[in-house]
Design a protein around this ligand. Sequence first.
Ligand code: ADP
Ligand code: MG
Length: 236
Amino acid sequence: MARKEVQDILSRLSNERREVLIEPEVLCILCSYSVPTPVYEVISDEAEALEAAAKIGYPLVLKVVSPEIVHKSEVGGVEVGINSAEELKEKLSVMSSKVSEVSPAAKIRGFLIEKMAPKGVEVICGSLRDEQFGPAVMFGLGGVSVEILKDVSFRLAPVDEEEAMEMMREVKGFPLLNGFRGRPPMDLKALAQVIVKVSKIISDVDSIRELEINPLMVYEAGVMAVDARGTLLKKT
Ligand code: ADP
Ligand code: MG
């Protein structure tokens, strides 16, 4: 049985006959499973943006929110490191026109104002419902590791912390997380817990087809999911 916040999101999508979750919805689902996310607000105009920014505090990240836009950076829909109200106003105005110009068909549902997270090791934790095998969870390092090298590990979901640890150790890039050339090791336990939770979400919530955190920032202490997307199964 999915939790209340998750149920609310699922019924909203059902009412709208929408299959693609927007980023704040996925962040909310993650949050309800206690996966750490940055503080965020969805705004629709400049006044709301400034109000949210004053509450959240700089530096901030500004992102476009639209179910039709999967890769936000590709359409000019992500600005990181915004440090002042002036900069926020300018980036919001540029982003609004740029996104509409590049993706005219996309319906913009607002913009996300998100607290900027410190730099960490970027990893990907995803999940999907395979027609044959059922729910599965995936782990890989960010950037080229997954997209080009396909350096990923998979397990059927749900997994426990021990299996999540094995998944991490299986990828070739594991030394990047475990103290490479004198660098400090990252918080493997916190990372394992996120893999466990993502595997639990896909196992618990039958209507989710795919859910992915990309990237999850991993630190010496703690982790933070700074981008997430998801889709529901098609209604037949
Ligand atoms: P896309 O839809 O293009 O994947 P993301 O939300 O992942 O957009 O943003 C692109 C990149 O910006 C991320 O890979 C990450 O490096 C950085 N980023 C996004 N959100 C944050 C944040 N809250 N704090 C720090 N960096 C961020
Ligand atoms: Mg991303």
